[in-house]
Design a protein around this ligand. Structure first.
Ligand SMILES: Cc1cc2nc3c(=O)[nH]c(=O)nc-3n(C[C@H](O)[C@H](O)[C@H](O)COP(=O)(O)OP(=O)(O)OC[C@H]3O[C@@H](n4cnc5c(N)ncnc54)[C@H](O)[C@@H]3O)c2cc1C
Length: 589
């Protein structure tokens, strides 16, 4: 075992982690631990853009952006956080521009902007051009730019270090209100050697990204297994609003690979088997540029009512054929290539088969607007921070608007980086790292390695497949009490089967068999929380649609869900929504 000591340890080197690192490493001795090489993080897959009311091409204001974010999130957004997000958006884009990010430009040389779902002028009048972009590879450019800056600033990376545990001083569930619980560090597995490392730190920032792999059909990378959320849950911390998962309307049918909403922002139209532009019926004002939850539901509904396209009538069509090929090549080069490569469809002349795909976790580790992690509704864990998709601050509420996540990781990544470093500078020493701090992980890893050639009968891949299929069948765009009861039963059964899992590689170096088993453990825990929250929330709001309770119920459910793992399953609690200016209204577009 190797032991390390730092002021700040950041877990994750995606957009949020590296944005935090740029701030933190200027102020305190900082290490970044990441299971992937930094430039392979999922931020690099982001396509369409990053929102900011720059008003470079059309009249716009940060206040309209705030309103759109709150309404888009179906009034579950904490409005103080949304104000910070939208007000700091402009500097967030300018910071990236100064770092050298190659944004698309207007003819006058300003950062160009395009339309995106739910972003409107003057509280819903019409769609507005608010998304700053770099063709359809905006995330790639952000990730590369941040990485270059980190290298320039000599940020210390521990690449391919898989963090498995969070060590706290104090028990977050047993501690009385007001009693201090502080972070002491993390435990990580070095993937290239199989060695366990312990990191003692005054402050820790989680920036581990999403959990899309809970579902089968997803736009998310293979590695998005919700590790950070699972680690927090295991450490006795709550997860907030996990029942709200976003299904992006335009995944390539049958595959889930994403075609950015930028396709509709640039003029693409959704059609059913009759060639009808069906979004005119569901959202008469902004049509195909309605927020994602509405478009995904409309698509699923068209298919259910028999107007799906294709041999099995199980998808709808994204029509770009009226756009100039040169325009497509300039603005949407990557995603149109995906359609050619994966479906053999030529977007210049043929509409592309699409269907909703699991895309984004609105919920996550609850934080304050400084990124401090909450252990209940009011107490923070001293020195512990979270930012990006693994966190819930909550700026996305029940449904995130497109382009608000690349914004979120920059704004709240920066804030968390500053807050963590300032906190670390203000304390003399980190709490002592317990002698047996790595005991739990050693037992977990040794236990799994001992199954090689042993009697375990279950396979990781089979349990994962069963989990993902159940989630797709029962917890997707439409849910009801029966489907969620079925998901509850299956997840419990899979958790039981998981105790008898066996891996087949006893090697120490890059033991991906071991890694996937650990990831599956996180996926099962997260699925359990998602389903428990969805079952309890007897209303429809944003990405969570209950067929047995099809309307929003502000009287009973205008609150966040706080889920805790206990020995006897998930315990659910609630947390008030912060409302500053905008009282909940009916959501129409
Ligand atoms: C295909 C696609 C397109 C998208 N397009 C857009 C868009 O156009 N606009 C927009 O706003 N949003 C978009 N999004 C969403 C957005 O990209 C993500 O929400 C955001 O990039 C997440 O950033 P992050 O830094 O939180 O996490 P990530 O970029 O996923 O990074 C997570 C990091 O954590 C590390 N990590 C994870 N677990 C561990 C562990 N156990 N130990 C150590 N390290 C760990 C990983 O190595 C990685 O470095 C898109 C998402 C997808 C999937």
């Amino acid at each position: 075992m190797t032991h390390h000591e730092y002021d700040v340890v950041i877990v994750g080197a995606g957009g949020a982690g590296m944005r935090a690192a740029l701030e933190s490493s200027q102020r305190a001795r900082t290490a970044v631990l990441t299971k992937l090489y930094p430039t392979r993080s999922h931020t690099g897959a982001a396509q369409g853009g990053m929102a900011a009311a720059l008003a470079n091409v059309e009249d716009d204001s940060a206040e309209w952006h705030v309103f759109d974010t709150i309404k888009g999130g179906d009034y579950l957004v904490d409005q103080d956080a949304a104000e910070i997000l939208c007000n700091e958006a402009i500097d967030a884009v300018l910071d990236l521009e100064k770092m050298g990010l190659p944004f698309n430009r207007t003819p006058e040389g300003k950062v160009d902007q395009r339309r995106f779902g739910g972003h409107t002028r003057n509280h819903g009048e019409a769609a507005v051009r608010r998304a700053c972009y770099s063709a359809d590879r905006t995330g790639h450019m952000i990730l590369q730019t941040l990485y270059q800056q980190c290298i320039k600033q000599e940020v210390e990376f521990f690449n391919e270090y898989y963090v498995l545990d969070l060590i706290l001083d104090g028990d977050p569930q047993a501690a009385a209100p007001g009693e201090e619980v502080a972070v002491a560090g993390v435990v990580a597995l070095e993937l290239s050697t199989g060695e366990i490392h312990t990191f003692n730190a005054k402050a820790v920032i989680f920036a581990t990204g999403g959990a899309g792999k809970v579902f089968k059909t997803t736009s998310n990378a293979h590695t998005l297994t919700g590790d950070g959320m699972g680690i927090a849950l295991n450490a006795g911390l709550p997860l907030e609003d996990m029942e709200f998962f976003q299904f992006h309307p335009t995944g390539l049918a049958g595959l889930g690979i994403l075609l950015s909403e930028a396709a509709r922002g640039e003029g693409g139209i959704l059609r059913n088997s009759e060639g009808e532009r069906f979004m005119e019926r569901y959202a008469p004002t902004i049509k195909d540029l309605a927020p994602r939850d509405m478009v995904a539901r409309a698509m699923a509904n068209e298919v259910r009512e028999g107007r799906g396209a294709g041999p099995h009538q199980d998808y709808v069509l994204l029509d770009l054929t009226h756009l100039e090929p040169a325009h497509i090549d300039e603005k949407l080069p990557d995603i149109t290539e995906f359609a050619r490569t994966y479906l053999g469809v030529e977007p210049y002349t043929e509409p592309v088969p699409v269907y909703p795909t699991a895309h984004y976790a609105m919920g996550g580790i609850p934080t304050t607007v400084q990124g401090e992690v909450l252990r209940n509704n009011t107490d923070v864990v001293k020195g512990l921070y979270a930012a990006g998709e693994c966190a819930c601050v909550s700026v996305h509420g029940a449904n995130r608007l497109g382009t608000n996540s690349l914004l979120d990781i920059n704004v709240f990544g920066r804030r968390a980086g500053i807050a963590a470093a300032e906190y670390a500078s203000g304390v003399d020493a980190a709490p002592a790292f317990p002698e047996d701090g790595d005991a739990r992980i050693r037992a977990l890893v040794d236990g799994l390695l001992a199954t090689v050639g042993g009697t375990g009968t279950e396979r990781v891949s089979e349990i994962r497949k069963a989990l993902q299929e159940t989630m797709d069948r029962n917890v997707q765009v439409f849910r009801d009490a029966d489907s969620l009861a079925e998901a509850t039963r299956v997840v419990a059964e899979l958790k039981e089967r998981f105790t008898d899992v066996a891996i087949h590689d006893r090697g120490k170096r890059f033991n991906t068999d071991l890694l996937e088993a650990i990831e599956l453990g996180f996926l099962l825990e997260i699925a359990e929380v998602v389903v428990a929250g969805a079952l309890a929330r007897e209303e429809s709001r944003g990405g969570h649609y209950r067929e047995d309770f099809p309307t929003r119920d502000d009287e009973r459910f205008l609150h966040h869900t706080m889920a805790y793992a206990t020995g006897e399953g998930v315990r659910l609690d609630t947390k008030p929504v912060v409302i500053t200016k905008y009282q909940p209204m009916e959501r129409k577009y």
